[in-house]
Write a protein that binds this ligand. Structure first.
Ligand SMILES: NC(=O)c1ccc[n+]([C@@H]2O[C@H](COP(=O)([O-])OP(=O)(O)OC[C@H]3O[C@@H](n4cnc5c(N)ncnc54)[C@H](OP(=O)(O)O)[C@@H]3O)[C@@H](O)[C@H]2O)c1
Length: 495
């Protein structure tokens, strides 16, 4: 008769973290105290269905097991014993993980069936249930907490640098000459192992921001030098999973779902090493593409409204490109704060979306004429959030109310010509030229602001903007569309 053993446990770690360990069919000698040593036969990959792991138990028994199924979407794998010095016959086991919905925890179900020689049923059931499964739960918990003191020689713990970690193949969008979108071209490259303080991230969604266009055009060469010998790579933010961690990094493990944002371009690629202090772990409810669409833009909206603009009830706020990536978030959040939101957009369709996201007065203009309409709608703007730049310069000054604050966020229409102080004196205006990176200069600031964005999304202060996805190789097409003023909401590249 077939014996059945089932055990389950809650592991205090996100499902991605637990699965990153368990999906590796050869990881058990790192974390399970019953295993002395293990290897995959024939040099196959340890997540390849059909591969065989050959291992020795600490009590001297030897077992060969074959991986039968592996599903990353279901977080489930099945394996069987093909040969063993233990009298476990026709042993087939299944590991299934599911998300515990009240936090970052994982439900692990481990079940098997097998036959035994007569009289050994109880003994072998106990061996499997306690010696393998219960012990395994405890050992994995300890391993994930970082106490991998039973680590096999030469195998990395999740806290350590990968000794001798190898470069991995990647794909990136290169830029050898500044210019139009067609200067962007895909290229294969090798991603080195993470250096000290770095994480190597398998990227699943990359945020496109208008600054990427400035850099591609060569407007800020100090930020992105390019040449045919050393092409530059655009991109300030992305989301994905940690592949491995460099020396000295704490707080992250392979498999963690993360997003990052930082002042050094290079995100337009499939795999990237980034400083761990520019990285935040993602809550389970924030999907990769949502993170890539919202991290930089949401944090920008947060500092603009709460820190720099001090937007509150009754503040008259003018937002340009109100249906854009930043614009929609600013409209919704400002409206929640009680501001009178006036926005400019270039089409009726954009106007409709901006209204849906809280823009009370929408001005449709393609040629940067809006000051009269702002004065009519609100009697002038206390704060202007201006990503347009030079073409809107005179109109911004005319649209501002007395003691108004002009926040020059960007320059989609062209770099803003130098502004003499006398241009502001007529209405006692003030002028700011902020950059998001100065508002997330430490990991604590980044984590705090990211958490505010996720909270704002959860409590409805911001609505998820439309997200348009492009394959990584189609980055040039995405850029062309963004520059043509033909996008609404956020753009994301998917490697
Ligand atoms: N300083 C910072 O911290 C910071 C951070 C994030 C973003 N930004 C800036 O915020 C602005 C919005 O960024 P985003 O990434 O969310 O982009 P976006 O708003 O989604 O796209 C740019 C929008 O600008 C408008 N636009 C007006 N004239 C344009 C022109 N000549 N060419 C292209 N677009 C033009 C278009 O909207 P309409 O067609 O409706 O006019 C276009 O959709 C940009 O200026 C960006 O540089 C600054």
């Amino acid at each position: 008769m077939l014996q059945k053993v089932m055990r389950s446990a809650i592991i205090d770690a996100p499902i991605e973290r637990v699965w990153a360990v368990l999906r590796d069919f050869n990881s058990h000698d790192q974390w399970h105290s019953a295993i002395a040593a293990s290897h995959i036969e024939g040099g196959e990959r340890s997540d390849q269905v059909g591969c065989v792991r050959s291992f020795t138990l600490k009590d001297g028994n030897r077992i060969r097991e074959q991986l039968l199924t592996l599903s990353d979407t279901e977080h489930k794998s099945t394996y069987c014993i093909v040969e063993a010095t233990l009298p476990l016959q026709r042993y087939v086991a299944t590991v299934t993980l599911s998300r515990v919905t009240d936090g970052n925890r994982t439900f692990w179900h481990w079940a098997s069936s097998f036959a035994t020689p007569p009289g050994m049923e109880q003994e072998l059931r106990d061996t499997v249930a306690q010696g393998v499964y219960e012990t395994g739960f405890e050992d994995l918990r300890r391993y994930l907490r970082g106490g991998a003191d039973r680590q096999a020689p030469g195998r990395p713990s999740p806290q350590d640098a990968m000794p001798g970690a190898l470069p991995v193949p990647g794909r990136r969008i290169a830029l050898a000459r500044y210019g139009d979108a067609d200067q962007l071209y895909p290229q294969a490259f090798e991603v080195p192992a993470p250096g000290p303080g770095e994480l190597r991230i398998a990227q699943r969604a990359i945020g496109i921001n208008f600054i990427d266009v400035y850099l591609r055009r060569g407007w800020i060469p100090s930020m992105l030098p390019v040449s045919s010998a050393a092409p530059g790579v655009l991109g300030m933010e992305a989301a994905g999973g940690v592949l491995d961690v460099g020396p000295g990094v704490s707080g992250f493990l392979p498999g963690d779902r993360v997003a990052y944002l930082g002042p050094v371009p290079g995100a337009y690629c499939s795999v990237r090493c980034v400083p761990a202090d520019q990285v935040v772990r993602l809550p389970v409810e924030i999907e990769d593409d949502v993170a890539a669409a919202l991290l930089l833009k949401g944090i920008t909206a947060d500092y603009l409204l709460h820190d720099l603009g001090r937007i509150g009830r009754g503040t008259r706020l003018l937002v340009h490109a109100a249906a854009g990536g930043v614009g929609l978030l600013v409209c919704a959040w400002a409206s929640r704060l009680g501001a009178v939101v006036v926005g400019t957009v270039s089409s009726e369709e954009k106007a409709r979306i901006a209204r849906e996201h809280g823009c009370e007065h929408v001005i449709v203009t393609r040629d940067y004429r809006f000051a009269d309409a702002v004065q009519r709608a609100a009697g002038g703007a206390d704060v202007v959030i201006d990503g347009l730049g030079d073409a809107a310069r005179e109109e911004n000054i005319a649209a501002l109310a007395r003691r108004g604050h002009w926040i020059s966020l960007g320059q989609a229409s062209g770099p803003l010509a130098a502004l003499p102080p006398d241009a502001l004196v007529g209405k006692s205006l003030s002028f700011s030229r902020p950059v998001v990176f100065d508002y997330v200069a430490t990991q604590a600031q980044l984590a705090e602001r990211a958490a505010r964005v996720w909270r704002a999304l959860a409590d409805g202060a911001i609505r998820l903007p439309p997200i348009e996805r492009f394959a990584l190789d189609s980055a040039a097409r995405a850029h062309a569309k963004l520059e043509a003023r033909a996008t609404i909401g956020a753009l994301v590249l998917v490697p």
